[in-house]
Design a binder for this molecule. Structure first.
Ligand code: PHB
Length: 390
């Protein structure tokens, strides 16, 4: 009797082993601005992810990968935290991704350790975010990474006395520190440092202050979106450009969809960034074609599409290494040191900082075939996150 039961049990177990694997779904929660004034950046997150899935397929080792989106229109850390918790607890996501603004990324990072949820930052650019948890990585860029080259570009362009103007929060303060340190080390002088409230849209008084300091150039950073367009327009409309003052910025201020609104007056602005839609490579041409196929025309493409596309690649690699199981240590190990060819050029994940290393390009706004572009004129190769090295 006993033997029979054992035999039956053995048969059942053998059946279980032989049974085809039940298809499972690995969920990834994506938090970002899908609507509102910054909606274009969330739309780019989604298009970048869709383009990656269209290329790589929707399954990894038999596990279906499903992206679940939550809209976070503006800076709102309390809501970011609540959304992250809801995604982990109710939606049972194994991974989190997205985060346009730094305060939101920092809030999300406070809840991921409980759920053991690796988090791929796809925009927020303050260096310290990855220090909040060993489970944070970043596929976008950091302010230090793009601003050290901006200060070098300023010197190359002959600037000697510069005003620094930044938004008064995490990434702005990183940009200010990175610019000042590099520019002064190369022999430049910062004549004034202006911190602008994040919600300011009236830049007239700031432009007057710049004129008063008799600087020969301005370095500026604001979060990409309506504030950046307003700032650059104010620079032009208040006659600073006409007075021969140069504007040198991070690429956040010269995103391609805004260039038509600046028109001829925007020509000649120098910026530094990891990605331009005009980047000349077969990978970028294929990427732009794939984005168009998932509904994002080239004229709407911004940096967050490429950060999400590369971020999706990191998520797939983690899912593959863990065979779909929740093993955050193994998942993180799988991306450390990983190198690949991105639409922006060669990139890798720095094993120490978990930040993406990439070429940063000096670009100039130009008109080509009737369209305004950021033309890459020089590469600063394989830039790390200088911020964590200070
Ligand atoms: C940020 O909040 O970290 C941030 C937002 C927009 C940018 C860059 C950085 O363009």
């Amino acid at each position: 009797m006993k033997l029979l039961r054992l035999a039956a049990l053995a048969a059942t177990l053998a059946g279980l082993v032989a049974a085809p694997a039940v298809a499972d779904t690995i969920k990834v929660g994506v938090i970002g601005p899908l609507s509102g004034p910054f909606g274009i950046f969330g739309k780019n997150f989604k298009a970048g992810i869709d383009a990656y899935q269209a290329k790589a397929g929707k399954t990894v080792k038999g596990h279906t990968v499903e992206f679940v989106y939550r809209d976070l229109e503006a800076i709102d850390p309390a809501k970011a935290k609540a959304l992250a918790q809801e995604l982990i607890v109710k939606e049972r996501v194994q991974y989190l991704a997205g985060a346009y603004f730094t305060p939101d990324a920092l809030a999300i990072a406070t809840v991921i350790d409980q759920g053991k949820t690796p988090f791929v930052v796809m925009n927020a650019a303050t260096s310290s975010i990855t220090q909040k948890s060993p489970l944070v990585s970043r596929s976008s860029f950091t302010m230090w990474q793009i601003t050290v080259p901006a200060a070098k570009a300023a010197i190359e362009e002959g600037a000697k006395r510069m005003v620094v103007a930044v938004s008064d929060y995490g990434p702005g303060l990183d940009a200010e520190a990175a610019f000042r340190k590099t520019f002064e080390a190369e022999g430049g002088t910062v004549t004034d440092s202006i911190r602008m409230p994040v919600r300011t849209t009236d830049f007239g008084p700031i432009m007057q202050r710049v004129k008063d300091t008799k600087a020969d150039a301005v370095f500026a950073f604001l979060p990409s979106g309506p504030p950046t367009l307003a700032f650059v327009k104010a620079f032009i409309d208040n006659g600073l450009k006409a007075a021969g003052i140069k504007l040198i910025t991070t690429g956040d201020l010269t995103m391609e969809p805004d260039l038509p609104a600046l028109g001829e007056a925007g020509l000649g602005i120098i910026s530094t960034y990891g990605y331009a839609t005009s980047h000349d490579s077969p990978e970028n041409k294929a990427f732009l074609a794939d984005l168009a196929k998932v509904g994002l025309p080239e004229k709407e493409v911004v940096m967050t599409a490429v950060a999400a596309y590369d971020g999706a690649r990191l998520l797939y690699r983690m899912i593959e290494a863990t065979d779909g199981k929740q093993d955050p240590a193994k998942a993180m190990d799988a991306i450390k040191g990983y190198a690949w060819e991105s639409p922006r050029g060669p990139v890798s994940i720095d094993p120490k900082t978990r930040h993406i290393r990439q070429n940063i390009y000096k670009r100039v706004v130009e008109k080509r075939d009737g369209a305004y572009i950021n033309r890459e004129i020089k590469a600063y190769p394989d830039q790390p996150d200088f911020g964590l090295m200070q």
